[in-house]
Design a protein around this ligand. Structure first.
Ligand code: LLP
Length: 379
């Protein structure tokens, strides 16, 4: 990282490597061109307008989970027909935002929501395309807070009542059943859960075909994980294996499409949270590097016990032979980015990079302790 470009930028801030983002998008395009796969970017991972514009300019769709995300997607160039909208608790106002914008698909997460959406579409005199989000009861083998496809999770419609949901949608004049939607979790680093998901989809497809229901698409959600330990070794996730698994395991009929909603895999590695060392506090037991970024800027370590690689970029090239706890300034004991980190000798004023922070970093930032939100630099 060339720290000269950071001169004069107020810390903490998120730095996005535009070139890496573009190369990541190139890789996604290369793997999906000419296939039945249509990629939607999950806006929740990072909704910086400049990032949204870069992604929308490639023609990808957008996966939104709020009315504001729908508005941001459209403002930043995503075409409404390429927008899908998921969420277990969409408000009437948010649903109407989607209906009025003529978005491509509503992912319905409960039987109760079918009537609500149908009534609101009728109110606007429109027929809207929907997908039913199925809870496939698959263990994604990831952190429990980001596992979404188990039957105890609040997401999606239980497999055992999906037939009732299909019937109900088909009865509505204002709903057009386009497909089925799934999302089993996030930061999934093995292919097995995706294979099991494809098998479930194949079974459902066979069952519904037998009963005379056809789907135009299956949305497999997001979830492809990244390498947090070695961001430089694998800056671009293994999209080829991921898409290969999905496209080879799914039995698609003529004309059917697969949709996916990747967030983290697209934006995580291009972002780092850049922070300045406020002071190094020498203790009897531990030495603390106290930085000016805290859990309000990047909550993943405090919330999930996640670890982002920590680098002293002012001391690049020097040998990492000192042990520190790297912590933020916030009044919470969980405001810790790393314990017993091996770093070069670190001093007040050094710049620290918390790597792989492009996804769910600024997107989850808050103003806790009345702090300013972090800034950003895209270069
Ligand atoms: N589609 C749906 C319906 C989702 O709920 C999510 C993420 C995605 C797609 C995108 O998943 P991705 O490709 O990014 O894994 N804050 C957590 C992650 C929460 C993910 C929520 N849903 C974290 O920082 O790890």
């Amino acid at each position: 990282m060339d720290i000269k470009i950071f001169e004069g930028v107020k810390t903490p801030f998120y730095y996005y490597d535009k070139e890496l983002l573009e190369r990541t998008l190139d890789a996604v395009e290369a793997c999906t061109a000419g296939t039945k796969m249509k990629v939607h970017y999950a806006i929740k991972a990072n909704s910086e307008p400049e990032i949204l514009r870069i992604i929308s300019s490639r023609g990808f769709g957008a996966d939104c989970v709020s009315g504001n995300e729908i508005k941001a997607a459209i403002e930043c160039g995503f075409r409404p027909e390429n927008i899908c909208y998921a969420g277990v608790g969409k408000t009437d106002e948010e649903i109407l935002t989607g209906i009025d914008a003529d978005i491509g698909c509503f992912n319905i997460e409960s039987i109760e929501e079918i009537d609500i959406l149908s009534t609101l579409a009728a109110k606007r005199g429109k027929r809207v395309t929907v997908a039913l989000r199925v809870n496939p009861n698959i263990d994604a083998h990831t952190h429990e807070y980001i596992t979404t496809g188990l039957k105890e999770n609040k997401f999606g419609i239980d497999l055992r009542v999906i037939e009732d949901a299909v019937r109900k949608v088909k009865e509505s004049q204002n709903l057009d059943l386009g497909g089925l939607h799934f999302h089993i979790g996030s930061q999934i680093t093995i292919s097995e859960p995706f294979k099991i998901l494809c098998e479930r989809i194949n079974d459902l497809q066979a069952k519904f075909r037998f009963e005379g229901t056809d789907f135009r698409f299956f949305n497999v959600g997001g979830g492809l994980g990244i390498n947090y330990d070695n961001p430089d070794e694998n800056p671009i996730p293994d999209f080829a294996s991921y898409f290969d698994t999905i496209l080879s395991c799914l039995h698609l009929e003529e004309g059917q499409e697969v949709h996916c909603e990747l967030g983290r895999a697209i934006v995580a590695q291009c972002g780092s949270l850049i922070s300045k060392v406020v002071l190094v506090k020498k203790g009897l037991e531990k030495n603390f590097v106290i930085i000016d970024a805290g859990m309000s800027d990047l909550i993943r370590p405090a919330l999930y016990g996640a670890h982002h690689k920590i680098e002293n970029i002012s001391a690049a090239g020097k040998s990492a032979d000192k042990i520190y706890d790297v912590v933020g300034p916030i009044c919470e004991s969980s405001d810790v980015f790393g314990k017993d980190e091996l770093l070069p000798e670190t001093k007040r004023g050094d710049l620290i990079a918390l790597r792989s922070a492009g996804a769910y970093g600024v997107a989850m930032a808050s103003r806790y302790n009345m702090r300013d939100l972090p800034g950003h630099l895209i270069k």
